[in-house]
Design a protein around this ligand. Structure first.
Ligand SMILES: O=P(O)(O)OC[C@H]1O[C@H](OP(=O)(O)OP(=O)(O)O)[C@H](O)[C@@H]1O
Ligand SMILES: O=c1cc[nH]c(=O)[nH]1
Ligand SMILES: [Mg+2]
Length: 210
């Protein structure tokens, strides 16, 4: 697994506002979208392209177009949904698959309650979105889902990660081509499996309590 930690002042600034418990949902949502746009720049560095010929008003030239098969963007519901719009703005030809996962807050095991993905992902570049990588259970299960459908090129984008979650994913993805793009890596997990200092429950901060 290749890990890229952005650690850029604009990203740190926006994360600081996200972390603040007084930041209300509408601002939290727009910052999440802005952050994914910044992280997607690195995450899409190896997006597959093909050479195309075009005519400018002046002459004929060659450029690049995103090639087929189209990339697949997979937000992990709920919280990953907050990153979807920012991502597809940058990758407008992408298709979107959905995974709904809820972490059991006692065992930290993720339960998959919704799945809408193509059956065959061989040859597809996949971009998984989830703002929080805590124990790594949810993202690990999502990546395994994609591997099981034949994906071999997976990039995950998370805003915040715990070192424990990064280590768990390293183990799970050994020998596979997985790229992990992170806004930052926090200190640790607490006894409830929450990222410290973190930002609390991203799903609740985006969409309210359920
Ligand atoms: O790395 P893990 O220990 O698996 O924890 C991280 C997961 O927990 C959160 O989702 P949650 O289960 O709270 O669902 P939600 O998005 O509906 O709030 C978060 O968005 C991740 O999916
Ligand atoms: O810190 C955490 C851990 C799991 N899920 C979240 O939303 N936040
Ligand atoms: Mg949640």
């Amino acid at each position: 697994m290749r890990v890229h930690v952005a650690d850029h002042p604009l990203i740190t600034h926006k994360l600081t506002v996200l972390r603040d418990k007084n930041t209300p949902s509408p601002i939290f949502r727009s910052l999440t979208e802005e952050l994914v746009t910044l992280l997607a720049y690195e995450a899409t560095r190896e997006v597959r392209t093909e050479t195309v010929e075009i005519e400018t008003p002046v002459t004929t030239t060659t450029g690049l177009a995103i090639s087929s098969p189209r990339p697949l963007v997979v937000p992990i519901l709920r919280a990953g949904l907050g990153m979807l719009e920012g991502m597809v703005k940058l990758l407008p030809t992408a298709e979107v698959g959905f995974l709904g996962m809820l972490r059991d807050e006692e065992t930290f095991e993720p339960k998959t309650y919704a799945e809408r993905l193509p059956d065959d992902l061989s040859g597809r570049q996949c971009f998984v979105l989830d703002p929080m990588l805590a124990t790594g259970g949810s993202l690990g299960a999502a990546i395994k889902f994609l591997f099981d459908r034949g994906a071999d090129d997976v990039t995950a984008i998370c805003l915040l990660a715990a070192p424990e979650g990064v280590a768990a994913l390293e183990k799970l993805t050994e020998g596979r081509d997985v790229k992990l793009v992170l806004g930052t890596v926090d200190e640790r997990l607490d006894e409830h499996g929450y990222i410290v200092p973190g930002l609390g429950d991203a799903g609740d901060r985006l969409y309210g309590l359920v």
